[in-house]
Ligand binder design. Structure first.
Ligand SMILES: [Zn+2]
Length: 451
């Protein structure tokens, strides 16, 4: 059902504006899920300050620059709730290997040999370029050298949640787990009041991080009211190994040490019992579903429908480009919808509007940013994308949500704004040197190949 203007929040008519966006179609996502025509959005600084019929907006803001989006759909930017941005430089390596072989024989040795701050900077720039050109305005990252990732995102104007790594093994970034905590806490302090970059704890997984370190994460995260982002129950064999090692599941272990709460972002969750689904919902844990990575690595299927039925928050993530192999969130949402339908033998599962909400507000809620992003609402950041409807695959527009999920792809995005700033418009990146970014990626291919 379409929303009406009466569903939208009151506006501050006296507020001046820097830019008016006048789209053919608007999908606000919240507070009402609907498809609006003839509406316009006024932006001032970083925020949306007005949303009203375009005639009213025109009258209220004479002389303010306008972006006419006559053949476009305007919607909130997509939120990629899990990834490893710098791993774009490893895209395509270890193709069709099993998860353990892929990690232990391909990815970890390459990371050990090559990952440094320069690798991370170049990989993150490549990821940002790909994401803004396909409609993603916020990403959750978990990787080495998070300071470099945060600085690179800030420079490019990209919104980031950085989960700083907590890893037991020595690596180029940290000499031991104490070093991880020290560096992570310093990063957390540094970006405490930053609007674009938020930080949280990023223990890789319960099977690679010891109980003592997880208890330390729980204590500090609770003290700081910070989130924790972790790979959890990615495969059935991981859960079986937990039972063998400690007689319970990792989920139950995290509950016992006080990590299972609304500040926990649990990534993957393919292997969970009915009781555990209830527990996750009761504790307010945020579930992050990465269907492409799970399907590609044959990790299992996250029971998204059951989590939603239990009222758990579910978001979508691409995972790293090494296991996807792209960062296109439209593709991810489509795959999530198809997987839910196919796995449940139920074509009514995962309606398109639900998937659009999952890729926007779901991500915002998972990252604790729902007061800032996830919908086109007055007072929220102007994280907005325009999707080209003037394309054979996008017409006729009977059902905008279905078109976005089942007919559109990232390249249909023409404009991407983050915090009111245009980062991408009609094939041009405004905050990145795309030629240099691509040249650096090619250089890393040669290095990794030993050319
Ligand atoms: Zn991951």
């Amino acid at each position: 059902m379409d929303a009406t203007t009466a569903d939208l929040p009151a506006v501050d008519a006296a507020a001046p504006a820097d830019l008016l966006l006048v789209p053919h179609t608007l999908l606000p996502v919240a507070p009402a899920d609907g498809v609006l025509e003839g509406m316009a959005v006024a932006v001032r600084g970083t925020n949306i300050v007005d949303l009203a019929p375009s005639g009213e907006i025109t009258a209220r803001y004479p002389g303010v620059p306008r972006l006419e989006l006559d053949h476009h759909l305007l919607m909130p930017g997509l939120v990629n709730a899990h990834g490893h941005l710098a791993m774009t430089l490893l895209r395509g390596l270890g193709e069709s290997e099993a998860l353990d072989v892929w990690l232990e024989d391909t990815i970890w040795p390459l990371e050990g040999r090559w990952v440094d701050a320069a690798f991370v900077r170049d990989g993150v720039r490549l990821a940002i370029a790909e994401m803004v050109a396909s409609g993603t305005t916020t990403a959750a990252d978990m990787y080495y050298f998070p300071e470099t990732t945060a600085e690179t995102c800030r420079e490019a104007g990209f919104r980031l949640q950085s989960a700083f790594p907590i890893i037991e093994m020595a690596n180029a970034y940290a000499k031991d787990v104490d070093d991880c905590f020290a560096k992570g806490l310093a990063l957390h302090d540094r970006f405490r009041d930053d609007d674009l970059v938020t930080t949280c704890f990023g223990p890789h997984s319960a099977y690679t991080v010891g109980r003592k370190s997880l208890e330390r994460v729980a204590m500090l995260a609770n003290e700081l009211d910070a989130s924790t982002h972790i790979h959890l129950h990615e495969t059935a064999s991981e859960v079986a190994a937990a039972r063998a090692a400690c007689g319970t599941t990792w989920l139950r272990l995290l509950d016992a040490i006080g990590l299972l709460n609304e500040n926990l972002q649990a990534v993957h969750m393919t292997s969970v019992s009915g009781d555990e689904i209830q527990l996750v919902a009761e504790r307010g844990v945020r579930v992050v579903h990465c269907p492409h990575s799970n399907m590609k690595l044959a990790s299992g299927v996250c029971p998204v429908g059951k989590f939603l039925a239990a009222d758990a928050t579910v978001a979508l993530g691409t995972d790293g480009a090494a296991s996807n192999n792209g960062l296109d969130m439209f593709a991810e949402a489509r795959l999530a919808a198809l997987l839910a339908k196919s796995a449940n033998a139920d074509p009514t599962a995962a309606p398109a509007a639900r998937m659009v909400a999952m890729a926007t507000m779901g991500g915002a809620q998972a990252l604790g940013l729902e007061d800032r992003i996830g919908s086109v609402e007055v007072g929220k950041r102007a994280d907005l994308i325009a999707v080209d409807l003037h394309h054979p695959a996008m017409q006729p527009l009977h059902d905008a949500h279905a078109q976005l999920i089942h007919a559109s792809t990232g390249p249909r995005v023409t404009h991407t704004f983050i915090g009111g700033r245009c980062l991408y418009a009609n094939g041009r990146w405004t905050t990145l040197d795309i030629d240099e970014t691509l040249a650096r990626a090619a250089l890393w291919r040669d290095r990794l190949r030993g050319v």
